[in-house]
Each structure stands twice: as C-alpha cells, then as structure tokens.
Design a protein around this ligand. Structure first.
Ligand code: NAD
Ligand code: DAU
Length: 354
C-alpha cells in the first residue's frame, strides 16, 4: 500500500491531484502538506479530510525538521511535489518568495528525502514542473521536447528551472529515484482567480473589464487538469527514474481567441449576465514584461514510452470549467479579498470598468 506525501495539495493542481488519487487509489495512505499561502485553500480538499481520506498538515516545505518527521512517521515512499509560488505576474512584482519556496523548498525536500531513502531504499520523488523553463517559441519553431535547452525568461520560470536542475542532480549524484514532468498550461476546477481562465470567467460574471495583455496573440497549449493528474499517475507508476517527461494538451490557442470562446460559452450557459454579449468587456492592457510569445509541448515521449495521451478536448474542458465557475460562486467569492484587490490594482492599474 503506497504512502504518499503530496506537497501543495490544497492549491489548484495539487488539490485536483489529491481528489484524483483518493478516488483512484482509495487504499493508499495520503498525507497533504501545504503552507496555505494566498493560493492554498483548505476548502479545496475539506470534504476528503472530513471523510478521513487523508491527513492534512499545514506547514512549509522549507521546514526540514517537519519534513523529516512526516517522511518517518508516515513511512512515506512516494513524494509528489506540487508546492510552489506559481504566478508569473507575482514573480515580476516580488521574486523573493519564488526563490525561497521553489528553489530552497525543493532543495529542503530533496535533502530530507535523500536521508529517508538511505534508510528505506525504496520510493519515488516526482517533481511537478512547467514548460516555461524552455522559454519562448516563435510561430515557426517546433514544440518543446525533453531535449530543448532551458531558457527561462521570468523569475518564476527561472526558479522552476533551478529546482529542476537540483532534482536532476540528485538522481545523477546520489542515485535518488527522481522523476521530472514539464507540463503546459492547466485549467479546470479550483483554479485561483488570478490566472487567465478563472479571471475571465469571474470578470464576465461580475460585468468587469476582461484585461488582455498586449495584442492578445500569445499562444498557450491548454491541458484539462484531470488529464494532467492522469499523466502524473502514469509517470509515478511507469516512469523511469532519472527521466523527464513533457506533458501537453495538443491544444495551442491564442489568448484573444480563448477569451472570445469563454465569452461565447458564458453568453450561452449563464442564466444572467450584467453585460451581454460579454465580449464587449474585452479591454487591451499593458503587456506583461518579458511576456513569452508561445508555448507548445511535444508529448511524444510520454505517449510512446508510457502510453499516456490527453482525453479531454479544449471545447469540452472549457465547457466543464465554465459550468464549474457558474455553480461554485460560494468558492470563488471569498477569494476576491482585500489582498486580491490590492494585487489586482498593482498589476492592472486603473483599467476602465476594472
Ligand atoms: P497554485 O499556486 O495553485 O498552488 C500552489 C500551492 O503550494 C498552494 O496551495 C500553496 O499554499 C502551496 N505552497 C506555496 N508555497 C509553499 C511552501 N513554502 N510550503 C508549502 N506549501 C506551499 O499552483 P498550481 O497551479 O496548482 O501549480 C502546482 C505546481 O504545478 C507548481 O509547481 C507549478 O509550477 C506546476 N505547474 C503549474 C501549471 C499550471 O498551469 N498551473 C502548469 C505546469 C506546472
Ligand atoms: O505553461 C505553464 C504555466 O502556465 C505554469 O507554469 C504557471 O504556473 C501558470 O500560471 C501558467 O503560466 P501563464 O503565465 O501562461 O498563465 P496565466 O494564466 O497567467 O496567463 C496565460 C496567458 O494569458 C499569458 O499569455 C498571459 C495572458 N494573460 C493573463 C492574465 C492573468 C492576459 O492576457 N491577461 C490576464 O489578465
């Protein structure tokens, strides 16, 4: 019976992974460690905790004595490491927390796991990373593969690149059974409102401006979060230690086209809207500094070696996501706090109707 430590399990992807895991592997022992920063939310997994399906620990991945204790007391054999500062715009406003959590926190986990592994000689360490470490593509470039050179452009992606290198080095130097995944943009339930898709859904529902950066022609490769969870399960069970696997949705979409799609879906699915058609809310705003133009993933390796491929089309995934935000107002309303409004004003300034 595997014993899992899931870091960052009350954030967006982490909480979806916890749900996925408890559903597919109900016999496993699951411990969730999360500091509950602004992005972490106990409510994301509260039902599972109340049903006794997991142990939740509020704590920091930089806290070595805590990690040592959790690994030992729960006899952890599998670490699934999601905890991170994850938002590019926040890394531009204040990079320090990104270095602390993403680099120092990952290092702390690796050191603790190294000492734990020396005693038990079994286990896996899955490091969940991003396609942003590869930098930016032009329209003609081939998608990122596992051999694409790292070229991170934001403090966020640079900190994730640093953590990837540390994880890689612990395989080569100490023989730790590490696995790295680099995934494209996720979307789905429990996505914090600062990111593009939830921000647009919520602003449409509130009749607020829809801020599109620059010319809106930047491209992202969208993956429904449940498909990502399934890919991670596949990598944990079948992946080869020391290897990296790219995970993507084969869904390249320009930002402006995506926002139009969300407006159409909201116009169709929402019973009431302050502004219809909602696309009239689209507002072009100042571009993100160093904004990467295009991300795209070549997911051939995980498909041919491990047999994984995405199953949810972007049309279906967006429909499910819009439906979720429509029916979970009680989840997202408390997140639009004073802190969130201050962050919003810092990034967007005084946009009309903001
Ligand atoms: P998120 O910001 O929604 O969640 C991060 C979680 O980590 C939060 O619950 C937060 O409280 C927790 N956390 C932050 N600092 C911590 C610390 N020091 N100690 C313990 N917990 C801490 O992020 P997400 O979008 O769910 O991303 C999860 C992981 O997946 C990250 O490593 C991110 O780099 C990676 N990733 C995200 C995407 C995406 O599209 N969102 C794509 C590829 C990879
Ligand atoms: O590619 C994987 C990455 O995807 C993850 O590693 C990150 O953790 C995750 O946040 C995400 O990064 P992005 O910067 O691509 O996601 P975001 O939702 O912030 O922005 C998506 C695109 O939309 C990007 O080109 C910027 C643009 N954008 C974003 C916001 C928030 C806007 O035009 N307007 C906005 O208000």
């Amino acid at each position: 019976m595997p014993h899992l430590l899931i870091t960052g399990g009350a954030g967006f992807i982490g909480s979806n992974f916890v749900r996925y895991w408890c559903d597919r592997h109900p016999e496993d022992h699951v411990v969730v460690l999360d500091a509950l920063t602004y992005a972490g939310n106990r409510a994301n997994i509260a039902d599972l905790y109340e049903q006794g399906k997991l142990t939740f620990v509020q704590g920091n991945i930089c806290d070595r004595p805590l990690i040592d204790r959790l690994l030992r007391e729960h006899e952890i054999d599998t670490v699934a490491h999601f905890a991170a500062e994850s938002h590019v715009d926040r890394s531009i406003l204040g990079p320090e927390a990104f270095i602390q959590t993403n680099v120092v926190g990952t290092f702390t986990l690796l050191e603790a796991f190294r000492s734990h592994y020396a005693n038990q000689q079994r286990g896996r360490f899955l490091h969940v990373s991003t396609d942003e470490v590869y930098g930016s593509l032009s329209p003609e470039d081939p998608p990122f593969s596992e051999t694409t050179a790292y070229a991170p452009n934001s403090p966020y992606s640079a900190s994730k690149a640093g953590s990837d290198h540390l994880v890689r080095s612990y395989f080569h130097t100490y023989g730790l059974p590490t696995l790295i995944t680099n995934c494209s943009n996720n979307y789905g339930p429990y996505h914090f409102p600062e990111k593009l898709i939830p921000l647009m859904c919520i602003n449409i529902l509130l009749g607020k401006a829809l801020p599109v950066y620059g010319d809106g022609q930047n491209v992202r490769d969208w993956l429904y979060v449940e498909d990502h969870c399934n890919a991670l399960d596949t990598v944990i069970s079948k992946g080869k230690p020391g290897q990296t696997y790219n995970i993507g949705g084969n869904n390249e979409v320009k930002n402006l086209d995506l926002v139009h799609l969300l407006c159409q879906l909201m116009d169709e699915m929402a019973p009431q809207l302050p502004q219809r058609p909602s696309q009239e809310l689209i507002t072009f705003v100042r571009d993100r500094p160093g904004h990467d133009r295009r991300y795209a993933i070549d997911a051939t390796k995980i498909k041919t070696e491990l047999g994984w491929q995405p199953s949810v089309t972007v049309e279906e995934g967006l429909r499910r996501t819009v439906d979720w935000y429509l029916s979970h107002e009680q989840w997202w309303t408390p997140l639009l706090s004073q802190d969130y409004r201050e962050y919003y004003d810092q990034v967007y300034g005084a946009t009309p109707n903001s």
